[in-house]
Design a protein around this ligand. Structure first.
Ligand SMILES: [Zn+2]
Length: 117
């Protein structure tokens, strides 16, 4: 079996991977869905969302931001590899079924980083 170039739209992003099989393609593409597959802000429903990175005191933080409403969705970083996952839990530890992890700064501090911003 040869290799294939898979080009697929994930949310607003074009993702291109080289894969040797369908399994391989799914493995390569699915991490991008965790980030770029988010289509709407969970607070206001706007699709005017974008990626956001900041570095504070040597730590990297990754998030999505809603430009309509100022809400954000933080990503956690897997222990191994370079992949991210959306943090969809409330500070209480329960799944945020209403807002899917999106929050406003006024309502909640980021789950990492603490004070000093
Ligand atoms: Zn929003």
């Amino acid at each position: 079996m040869g290799s294939a170039k898979i080009r697929i739209m994930v949310g607003k992003a074009w993702v291109e991977v080289d894969a040797v099989s369908a399994k391989d393609a799914i493995k390569a593409i699915s991490p991008y869905y965790e980030v770029f597959g988010e289509r709407q802000c969970g607070q206001c429903g706007s699709d005017d969302i974008g990626v956001n990175h900041r570095n504070t005191k040597g730590y990297d933080y990754y998030a999505l931001k809603c430009y309509a409403f100022g809400a954000q969705l933080d990503f956690g970083q897997h222990q191994e590899g370079e992949t991210l996952f959306p943090k969809r839990k409330l500070p209480s530890g329960e799944w945020d079924s209403a807002k899917r992890g999106w929050y406003k700064w006024q309502d909640r501090k980021p789950s990492e980083g603490g004070e000093g911003f």
